[in-house]
Design a binder for this molecule. Structure first.
Ligand code: 5GP
Length: 184
């Protein structure tokens, strides 16, 4: 039986099992690469919270976790490129190894902005881990060192990603039915 949320989904792009396997693989790669180091995991709220909590269970080196929240102006499904920090990091990151954890990189504008702010604080290193990548939409070049999946140019929800704050609790990544947008 479909739940009320599931019946709004047109197509499942990534199943729960596919995501689980990929998250494990990413965690293992990160553990391998940071064997002798300690990491500060920087989660980008709110979309990355679910990915982050699953990912860190597969990271086998010492970490601390901090969060930033970024707001971007513009239409809901279109980034305007004007972004600002609405919640800053709580810890100092100077001299530390940083791994930014993002849900999705679309135009790249949010990540580019965040990277500039983080680099200005003189960390020892900065890398990026993103679950989803929409490469066809890129406006600025950003390096994604640990990438989960490349997806087509479709607005997706689930596994932490929302539409009007809904659908974050779906365990898969899917595309909404057009009439859900039309109703908003
Ligand atoms: P960018 O600045 O790279 O264009 O956008 C990044 C942010 O836009 C993501 O962190 C996410 O919040 C939002 N975003 C981009 N594409 C999607 C999408 O397909 N679905 C959802 N729910 N959010 C998206």
């Amino acid at each position: 039986m479909l739940t009320r949320l599931e019946s709004d989904i047109q197509e499942i792009l990534l199943s729960e099992e596919e995501i689980e396997a990929k998250v494990k693989e990413l965690g293992e790669r990160i553990s391998e690469d940071y064997q002798d180091r300690e990491l500060v995991i920087v989660g980008v709220l709110r979309g990355a919270f679910l990915f982050l909590s699953d990912l860190i269970r597969h990271i086998k080196v010492p970490i601390s976790v901090d969060f930033v929240a970024i707001s971007s102006y513009g239409g809901y499904t279109e980034s305007s490129g004007v972004v600002k920090i609405v919640k800053d990091l709580d810890e100092s990151i100077e001299g530390r190894h940083i791994l930014i954890v993002e849900d999705i990189v679309d135009t790249g504008l949010t990540l580019d902005y965040l990277l500039r702010i983080i680099r200005a604080r003189k960390p020892a290193s900065v890398k990026v881990c993103a679950l989803l990548d929409k490469p066809t939409r890129r406006q600025v070049e950003v390096d994604i060192h640990y990438k989960g999946f490349e997806i087509p140019d479709k607005f997706v929800v689930g596994y932490g990603l929302d539409f009007n704050q809904r659908y974050r609790n779906l365990p898969f990544v899917g595309v909404l039915k057009p009439d859900v947008y039309a109703g908003k």
